[in-house]
Design a protein around this ligand. Structure first.
Ligand SMILES: [Mg+2]
Length: 269
């Protein structure tokens, strides 16, 4: 598949952030120009993240520091996708949220009732909880063991979250601890599930053939796009090497050295 041909029909670009638009705190030199080019050529882009510990406001500040102006509408997060899933499947249920105050605020804003009382709980939601306490692990263990049928949902499956020195445990690792206790694994919302791309397409009224997922990880970004039926573009500016790509069973539609090639192509369409 040729990039120029593939981009002809694309109206919505869903970008992974770290490894795709920047690395850590270092913005790639093409990023601002790429985003402006998408807007200038009539396209729309969204930033798509599995991280449920930060609020959209936190991300807006991070991007602003790097010189990218963004608003709430420019994001699709696993917290938003979790709310979307809860509205569809667990409307009206009272949630016990093992997550940050940011995640709780997001779910309250969506109209859900939250509780810290296990007796009042209808549904458990696990996030990437950078404010995790043993009390919460205790409560979720209690719920999983005493009420084996209770709905159990996690915002994202990531085992680790990158830091300056390596990584820290993410939502998926905490869920593994709880699996040791209860034998249960949650329904997982973030990438590689199709839910974030699906929510974005529904919100912006576009189809899979009008949507492109761009990211640096095959097992999360690319898989979410494949699961949602979008065009998928792998960039080699982050985690994935040619060796990893060759060894992977899952293949993206297109592979680019970095997302700057999308800018170059759009400017010449
Ligand atoms: Mg990435």
């Amino acid at each position: 598949m040729e990039l120029a041909n593939a981009l002809q029909t694309i109206k919505l670009y869903l970008f992974d952030m770290d490894g795709t638009l920047y690395l850590g705190d270092r913005l790639y030199d093409f990023t601002i120009d790429l985003l402006q080019t998408i807007r200038a050529t009539g396209g729309r882009y969204l930033f798509m993240t599995n991280n449920s510990s930060k609020s959209v406001e936190d991300y807006i500040r991070k991007l602003e520091k790097m010189g990218i102006a963004a608003t709430r509408e420019d994001f699709i997060t696993s917290s938003q996708a979790t709310a979307y899933y809860l509205h569809k499947h667990h409307e009206g249920q009272t949630l016990y949220v093992c997550g940050t105050e940011s995640l709780k605020a997001e779910l309250r804003r969506e109209g859900f009732a939250l509780t810290e009382n296990t007796d009042d709980t209808d549904c458990i939601v696990m996030g990437f909880d950078t404010e995790l306490t043993f009390r919460k692990l205790h409560d979720v263990s209690y719920l999983l063991l005493t009420r084996p049928e209770i709905p159990y949902i996690a915002t994202n499956p990531d085992l680790v979250c990158p830091t300056e020195f390596g990584s820290v445990p993410d939502c998926g690792s905490v869920c593994q601890m709880l699996q040791n206790v209860s034998g249960r694994l949650p329904v997982v919302i973030g990438k590689p599930s199709a839910l974030m791309p699906q929510l974005a397409m529904e919100k912006w009224g576009v189809t899979g053939s009008q949507t492109c997922v761009i990211g640096d990880r095959i097992y999360t970004d690319i898989k979410s796009g494949l699961n949602a039926g979008t065009l998928t573009v792998l960039v080699l500016s982050g985690e994935t090497t040619r060796e990893i790509l060759e060894a992977s069973e899952e293949k993206p539609h297109l592979v680019l050295s970095d997302a700057g090639e999308i800018r170059d192509t759009l400017q010449n369409l």
